[in-house]
Design a binder for this molecule. Sequence first.
Ligand code: GDP
Ligand code: MG
Length: 177
Amino acid sequence: YGDASQKIDYVFKVVLIGDSAVGKSQILARFARNEFSLDSKATIGVEFQTRTLVIDHKSVKAQIWDTAGQERYRAVTSAYYRGAVGAMLVYDITKRLTFDHIPRWLEELRNHADKNIVIILIGNKSDLEDQRAVPIEDAKEFAQKEGLFFLETSALQATNVENAFMTVLTEIFNIVN
Ligand code: GDP
Ligand code: MG
């Protein structure tokens, strides 16, 4: 997961947003450290974590920002969005309300972030299929209508987490190159 001595060609800031308890911090823990915790605390006290990876022979430092318990509507400040080139909009497939709140989060993004920001909609906790409350088709349709990438992930099982980040980072990379 990265070498401190390596030369960095790009730094991409990506923000995680979505309701509380959808799994944002665990998605980040999985991506940045390949870790997962079932009893994760609401706040980890760190603003962002980084991981350096290689895209098309260039080293890209992904700087991923996590909300530290600021998920209340409009509590995330504009500083959080400043300079972000990517966003991961996360809901929990077992909690319908977290999906119903996605349009609000999208509006927040469109009000505060750069208009060219690359956005992926993420339905997390795909391992809990027996508790599914959001049909995959509803999310696909919404993502298509709004021009967002879309994937279902499981931070617990490490399903599609890498894929979700690579989708966003590769798209950003292609835009700047
Ligand atoms: P956040 O508030 O959005 O940062 O959510 P957290 O990352 O703190 O996760 C909230 C709870 O959901 C914790 O108990 C996690 O262990 C759990 N969780 C996160 N991701 C998954 C997942 O993919 N599957 C399952 N089953 N639980 C998850
Ligand atoms: Mg969190």
